[in-house]
Write a protein that binds this ligand. Sequence first.
Ligand code: GDP
Length: 143
Amino acid sequence: MAIERTLCIIKPDAVEKKRSGAILAMLEEAGFTIVACKRMALSRPVAEGFYAVHKARPFFGELVEFMTRSPVFVVVLEREDAVAKYRQVMGATDPAKADAGTIRKAHGGSVGENAVHGSDSLDNAKIEIGYFFAASKVAPVAG
Ligand code: GDP
């Protein structure tokens, strides 16, 4: 299996609840290397652009309101099979349906306010990482 990178966003609900450190610890314990991490307030156009694929969904307005409510951490994760492994560690969209031990089970509050985002494919991971980080700003991993 190949070494991959994927994008995690620690969403406003989790940052507000001071869960960012606990979430990053869960990710490191799950074997991910944090290769880039920044705290930022998403503007409305940036949030709308990031979630453009969901534009037609009934919850789009609510999603953009939520993601722009307060700052997030945007995180690039690396490990073998990172995209699929992070989807597992993240858990189901609805925290109530997420498996025990997942980030959303531990830290998510509702289907909308579910603590973290994760890329859903390797192609989208590349697009999403590029949306937030210039290639020159993502540190190469030693070794
Ligand atoms: P994910 O890949 O598990 O994050 O799920 P999706 O790609 O289907 O949805 C993207 C994000 O939209 C989710 O993580 C939620 O924050 C939000 N979302 C999804 N479904 C709902 C919903 O029914 N209501 C609200 N308010 N937000 C939703």
